[in-house]
Design a binder for this molecule. Structure first.
Ligand code: URA
Length: 206
C-alpha cells in the first residue's frame, strides 16, 4: 500500500487535491464515496490533523463537517483559536467503515497502520505546501502517522515538541480526538482536557 505513485510531480494544493481524488494507493478508495482532501489556505499558520473522514465528511467531501467537527469548532472557540486561517485535514483520506446488520448504517472502522502509512505521502505534501508553524495532532492515528508508531495519546498529549526529522519544521502538539470526547463516559472532563490542550496551542501562536 502506498500513495506515492499518485502524487503529482509538481504543483500546489489544487494540483494535489485533484490528484488525490484518483488515489488508489490502498484499498479504501473502493468503498468510500471519494477522497476527502484537506481544507484551508496554503498560508495557514496552524494545521489540524484528524484520523479519517467520517460518514458525513465522506458524503460531502469536506473534513470535520459532522458531529466531531462541530465539537472541534466549539473547543477551538473556547480555546481562543480562530477557525479561519486553519488548515484542516486527516491522516487518512478515505472513509473506512463496516455496515451494521441492516446494512443501512455505515460504522466507522479505524484505519490500520498500513493504510495510515500508505496515505502519509499526502499528509507530508500538505505539510510541505502549507508549512504551518504548528501542527495539532488529533488522536492516535494522526499521532502514529506524524510522531511514530509508538505514539500514545495518554502520555504524549499536551506537550509541544519539534516535528521528528525536521530542523526548522513546525511545532507539534497532540491532543485527544474530538470523537473520543463524544464517546467518553465523563464527557465534560474529556472536553475540558481537549480545550486545555488547545489553549496550550493558542499560547504557542501568540
Ligand atoms: N473525524 C476525523 O478524524 N476527521 C474528520 O474529518 C471527521 C471526523
Amino acid at each position: 500500500y502506498d500513495a506515492t505513485p499518485y502524487l503529482p510531480a509538481r504543483g500546489g494544493l489544487p494540483a494535489h487535491r485533484r490528484a488525490a481524488a484518483g488515489c488508489r494507493g490502498c484499498p479504501l478508495y473502493r468503498d468510500a464515496t471519494g477522497t476527502v482532501f484537506g481544507e484551508g489556505g496554503k498560508d495557514a499558520r496552524v494545521m489540524l490533523v484528524g484520523e479519517q473522514p467520517g460518514d458525513q465528511e465522506d458524503r460531502e467531501g469536506v473534513p470535520f463537517v459532522g458531529p466531531a467537527g462541530r465539537l472541534l469548532s466549539r473547543a477551538l472557540r473556547d480555546a481562543g483559536i480562530d477557525e479561519d486561517g486553519l488548515y484542516v485535514t486527516n491522516a487518512v483520506k478515505h472513509f473506512k467503515f463496516t455496515r451494521d446488520e441492516t446494512r443501512k448504517r455505515r460504522i466507522h472502522k479505524a484505519p490500520s497502520l498500513r493504510e495510515t502509512l500508505a496515505c502519509r505521502p499526502w499528509l507530508m505534501a500538505e505539510l510541505r505546501l502549507v508549512s504551518p508553524e504548528l501542527v495539532i495532532v488529533l488522536g492516535a492515528t494522526a499521532g502514529r502517522s506524524l510522531l511514530g508508531p509508538s505514539f500514545r495519546v495518554g502520555t504524549d498529549r499536551g506537550v509541544p515538541r519539534p516535528m521528528p526529522g525536521t530542523e526548522d519544521g513546525p511545532r507539534v502538539l497532540a491532543t485527544v480526538h474530538p470523537s473520543a470526547v463524544l464517546r467518553a463516559t465523563d464527557r465534560k472532563s474529556a472536553y475540558e482536557g481537549l480545550v486545555a490542550d488547545l489553549r496550550t496551542a493558542a499560547g504557542i501562536l501568540s
